[in-house]
Design a protein around this ligand. Structure first.
Ligand code: HEC
Length: 503
């Protein structure tokens, strides 16, 4: 495991953990009152010794500097960063038993506010694990509700925009009723999870898990689970890097971390048959194939040369682009045939999941930032050729636009220029303005209002804010104080799969 702890030192750390930490973080380290303490979540986090010594102010995590020596604390850091050997079972029974439905919840029969329910914007505040519910016209905060610890991936709305589902990296899924401004309930769908996706008909929510190596499918109505073991063709289990909703195909698409396969799981009761093995004939009545799957949750395997991740879909869900593990290229897979259509040279870790599309010279183009390079790649989606690489002041994370907006908003998430937001003209592909609303602080992630008239930008800081801009004049209209706001999600733009937003 590459860590210094062994023999007696390991036993001492284990004993310290059992005595001081297990009551909140669980004997298994999978979390309880406090979050899971496992390498999957803590792997790259720095300053854990300080958290253990000093605690986290105004939370139940108190400091242990008065009880534990610096050496003991250092040993505990190694202990919680070591792989867990006995991952507890987390199957349907355990998931179902974790369900906590809110006792005081009764659904309202119409919104309890006068704001346009289709123009609600949610702001995830990672500083103290809350979500603010914004009226998209007045920018008033209608509610602020507690989320599970460390929300991960984008929240997903029901197709009618009434409910939203939020996932934490410890696999907790929370259901919130926007009309009633109330939590409906929560369930732990996995022990360590990546993201969620909503089925085309709003009946099912899929949860991509690392621990255990499964896909959990929840009934959106009751939060009850159906679990899908993810086993590759060779029989070995695989982590699920991400799950995507493909409403036009009535399916979920899965990126597998440990197998050269892409999965499509049907949310259509009439789906299939999908043949897993050798097929003699596709003619009606000829059933000489192995492992054919039909109906709801039928699974189709799409073999690929190497594992792909971080998918981007074209507007019709006919093709997907994924990146290889090294982050050196984009691979285009046609979802109808399952075949590879093209390879795009995209060095420098393209972040396709943030990609957006728009029309330019009669063609649809897509743009993607790169995580290792200060550049945006613009690709022509008709022939997959590279139109331009736009130089930026550093690697970016999120891109956003809106049908009505002439601009792409591109943050500079990494490096010394993290306080900048580039405004790029969608036709000339030139940076026309660079905003710097909070010098020295990270400025990131844009979301538009329903009509595209305003753009909301996060100042990603404990003492942060959401800045509302007039999307045409680029003038600041309002600044709403928020605790480390990260993503923002407009109901209308999300349920309509607006082309200027990643899905
Ligand atoms: C009384 C309950 C409780 C006890 C006991 C406790 N913790 Fe925590 N711990 C928490 C809570 C709650 C949080 C989340 C704090 C927050 O909201 O930031 C936390 C957070 C942490 C974090 C930060 C995790 C992250 O993902 O950011 C670490 C590391 C941690 N605890 C380690 C420990 C260790 C090691 C011990 C034993 C020496 C311990 N804790 C004992 C409740 C507890």
């Amino acid at each position: 495991m590459g860590l210094a702890l062994a023999g007696p030192a390991w036993a001492d750390a284990a004993a310290d953990y059992a005595e001081h930490c297990a009551s909140c973080h669980a004997e298994t380290r999978m979390g309880g009152t406090g979050p899971a303490l496992i390498p999957e979540t803590l792997g790259r986090v720095k300053g854990l010794d300080q958290v253990i010594a000093d605690g986290r102010p105004s939370t139940q995590m108190e400091g242990f500097a008065d009880r534990l020596s610096a050496d003991q604390i250092a040993a505990l850091v190694d202990y919680i960063k070591a792989p867990v050997e006995n991952v507890p079972a987390w199957g349907e029974a355990e998931i179902a038993a974790s369900r906590e439905m809110a006792a005081d919840y009764t659904p309202a029969d119409k919104p309890v506010f006068t704001a346009d329910p289709m123009n609600i914007t949610l702001v995830v505040e990672t500083g103290d694990h809350h979500i603010s519910v914004l009226d998209g016209d007045t920018f008033d905060v209608l509610d602020r509700f507690a989320t599970p610890y460390a929300v991960h991936g984008g929240p997903k709305f029901s197709p009618d925009g009434r409910y939203v589902f939020v996932m934490s990296r410890d696999g907790w899924v929370e259901k919130y009723d926007i009309w009633s401004l109330k939590e409906v309930g929560r369930v732990r769908a996995g022990l360590n999870s990546r993201n969620i996706a909503m089925s085309h008909d709003g009946k099912w929510l899929a949860v991509a898990n690392y621990l255990p190596q499964t896909l959990t499918i929840l009934s959106t109505d009751t939060l009850e689970p159906v679990k899908v073991d993810v086993k590759a063709r060779d029989g070995k289990p695989s982590r699920v890097s991400a799950v995507y909703q493909a409403p036009e195909r009535k399916s979920f698409i899965l990126a597998l971390k440990d197998a050269p396969e892409i999965w499509e799981v049907a949310t259509d009761p009439d789906a299939g048959p999908y043949e897993d093995g050798y097929v003699h004939s596709y003619e009606k009545g000829a059933k000489e194939s192995f492992g054919a799957q039909v109906g709801l949750f039928a699974r189709r395997r799409i073999p690929v040369e190497e594992p792909l991740d971080d998918f981007f879909f074209d507007q019709g869900y006919k093709n997907l682009i994924g990146t290889n593990r090294e982050g050196t290229k984009g691979v285009v897979i046609n979802l109808i045939s399952g075949g590879k259509v093209a390879e795009l040279p995209l060095p420098g870790m393209p972040h396709l999941g943030s990609g957006i599309t728009w029309k330019r010279d009669g063609h649809t183009v897509m743009a993607t930032p790169h995580l290792n390079e200060g550049v945006l790649s613009v690709i022509d989606m008709t022939d997959w050729s590279l139109v331009k690489q736009i130089r930026t002041d550093g690697p970016g994370f999120f891109l956003r636009s809106h049908e009505t907006s002439p601009y792409v908003w591109a943050d500079v998430f990494f490096g010394p220029h993290k306080d900048e937001m580039h405004i790029i003209d969608k036709q000339s592909l030139e940076i026309v303005r660079t905003l710097n609303p909070a010098p020295g602080k990270t400025v990131a992630h844009t979301e538009f209002t329903r009509d595209g008239s305003h753009a909301l930008v996060s100042i990603w800081d404990d003492d942060g804010a959401v800045i509302v801009y007039d999307a045409r004049t680029l003038e600041e209209v309002r600044r709403l104080p928020m605790k480390k706001p990260s993503g923002k999600y407009n109901v209308w733009n999300k349920i309509n799969f607006e082309e200027g937003t990643s899905h």
